[in-house]
Design a protein around this ligand. Structure first.
Ligand code: ATP
Length: 140
């Protein structure tokens, strides 16, 4: 079984989408092996998103991701990375509403930055992100 990191971003928490997202996660057969509510500090957000630091949206992304509490969850399932990314849908919620109207971002995302949820894009990224957020490589 594989692990991935799921995050309900500040817009998702503010919009009270956390319970519905957790219901989708559990209804899809994932085990939630770790869960934590936290607010990212500036340093942790910058480390999480360092691959985007040259992009024009970086500052907006960091401001947004540190703007309020998030809920981080370690999910376990066969092919967890791909399975979770299919459930969340494309980065841009408007594209998600056209291409995958039942996806989480189609339902609760409002913009390309404020897109409600995060999913790791590989198993290596998942391990790295889980270590950064939970400060523990083999958490669970
Ligand atoms: P995530 O990694 O959060 O699951 P993703 O893999 O779909 O999302 P990435 O390309 O890794 O997207 O970008 C990380 C995050 O940066 C996005 O989820 C979004 O919040 C923000 N972002 C990405 N591209 C843009 C953009 N063009 N304009 C504004 N914000 C963006």
């Amino acid at each position: 079984r594989e692990r991935t990191l799921a995050v309900v971003k500040p817009d998702g928490v503010r919009g009270n989408h956390t319970d519905a997202i957790k219901a989708t996660i559990e209804g899809s057969g994932f085990d939630i092996v770790k869960e934590m509510s936290l607010q990212l500090d500036l340093m942790t957000a910058q480390i999480l998103y360092f691959e985007h630091y040259r992009k024009p949206f970086f500052q907006e992304l960091i401001n947004f991701m540190t703007s309020g509490p998030i809920v981080a969850m370690v999910l376990e399932h066969d092919n967890a990375v791909e399975k979770w990314r299919k459930l969340i849908g494309p980065t841009d919620p408007n594209k998600a509403r056209i291409e995958q109207p039942n996806s989480i971002r189609a339902i609760c995302g409002s913009s390309t930055t404020q897109n409600c949820v995060h999913g790791s894009d590989s198993s290596a990224a998942a391990n790295r992100e889980i270590m950064i957020i939970f400060k523990d490589v083999q958490s669970g």
